[in-house]
Design a protein around this ligand. Structure first.
Ligand code: ADP
Ligand code: MG
Length: 367
């Protein structure tokens, strides 16, 4: 059964049409990440689910019941906000216990729940402190603890990690994912960060300008994006997009770049592109699908491209190499010592099994 079902949902703020007809169904126990650029409507959608905003059209069902007219406290949800929203004059214990007290939970039960949640989040030694005596990461844990003790049907998180520094963010990412595994609750997590979305989600819902652009398992979206937008949104460094055209090769189709290079597509990729010979396309290549060409490498689908590297950026395990490809700058993610100096000329092997082809008119992925 789905814990949340949203049908044809619209939300306006005056003239601003923030949510433009969203349909979404979230099965019980799933960790769903709503991801998209700032301003695309993520918080609005989450706040409308929570009842903090009113839907202008459409229905929201939680556990099979339409809740459009239910107050937030009657929706069986718990929410964690970016700014923590803790009570400054209450100790950590009281902050976590607050929602339970408001629901007249027996004292002994409150105590057991608060201590269990605090232990799970490794803040059990902080229960007697005030929020001002805590670090950002500790505050975030208290905010999560307050949601966890609620035993709600649906847990909503709105960019809970964006105020933390990078290392702590990585750590908390893992912890929230583990928390989900331990609790098995339905969680909806909002972020603008594609790495957070990729690493945490059972399912990613990618929003763009108030609409769902694509949804699916993280690797589904990464490997089979439906549009150029999705292909470019997921992945870092971002996918390279090169203007090209399709031409007939010896037996398969070739992708021809404006610098005169022809890259042969594997036979298996050409069936879908039948009839598109001569058409303009955009070639999409992920940086990790270009490697330093090795002599005698005969794996099928690899084509050679001669590149003059003009920027070298080592990251440790990998080195990003920037070069001119066709009409644009491209980045290849090479092994650490594959290239050392700008100006070097090297042969790159492009894995044509993994590239995508985009129709420049519609931005849809066509092959
Ligand atoms: P996100 O969380 O994805 O960054 P929001 O849901 O906050 O985006 O905002 C979606 C759109 O709605 C934006 O254009 C934003 O400016 C607008 N918006 C959000 N909240 C309000 C509000 N209270 N009043 C007017 N416009 C708003
Ligand atoms: Mg937001």
């Amino acid at each position: 059964m789905s814990d949340l079902k949203i049908t044809a949902l619209h939300k306006y703020y005056g003239e601003v049409h923030a949510v433009k007809g969203v349909d979404l169904e979230i099965p019980a126990g799933e960790f769903t990440v709503l991801v998209g650029q700032s301003g695309c409507g993520k918080s609005t959608l989450l706040r409308t689910i929570a009842g903090l905003e009113t839907a202008d059209a459409g229905t929201i069902e939680i556990g099979g019941e339409v809740v459009n007219d239910h107050a937030p406290r009657d929706r069986d949800i718990a929410m964690v906000f970016q700014n923590y929203a803790l009570y400054p004059y209450m100790k950590v214990y009281e902050n976590i216990a607050f929602g339970l007290r408001a629901r007249r939970t027996p004292r002994a039960e409150i105590d057991a729940k608060v201590r269990k949640a605090a232990q799970m989040l490794a803040i059990d030694h902080l229960l007697e402190r005030y929020p001002r005596q805590l670090s950002g990461g500790q505050l975030q844990r208290v905010a999560i603890g307050r949601a966890v003790v609620r035993n709600a049907r649906l847990y909503l998180f709105d960019e809970p990690l964006s105020n933390l520094d990078a290392q702590l963010r990585d750590e908390m990412r893992g912890e929230i994912k583990r928390l989900h595994q331990d609790l098995g609750k339905t969680m909806i997590y909002v972020t603008h960060d594609q790495i957070e979305a990729m690493t945490m989600a059972d399912r990613i819902v990618l929003l763009r300008e108030g609409r769902i652009e694509q949804q699916g398992a993280p690797l589904d979206l990464y490997e089979r994006p439906a549009t150029r937008y999705v292909a470019g949104f997921l992945g870092s460094p971002t996918m390279n997009f090169i203007d090209a055209s399709l031409e007939r090769g010896n037996d398969a189709l070739n992708v021809r770049l404006c610098d005169g290079t022809s890259l042969a597509l594997p036979m298996a990729r050409t069936a879908k592109l039948a009839g598109r010979e001569g058409q303009r396309v955009v070639l999409g290549v992920r940086p990790e699908h270009m490697s330093r060409a090795l002599a005698g490498d005969t794996r099928s689908g690899l084509v050679r491209y001669e590149a003059r590297i003009d920027l070298v950026q080592p990251t440790g395990a990998r080195t990003y190499a920037t070069f001119r490809m066709g009409d644009t700058e491209a980045v290849a993610e090479l092994l650490a010592h594959d290239v050392s100096q700008p100006g070097e000329r090297i042969g790159l092997a492009i894995d044509m099994n993994r590239v995508i082809l985009i129709d420049p008119g519609s931005d849809a992925v066509i092959g």
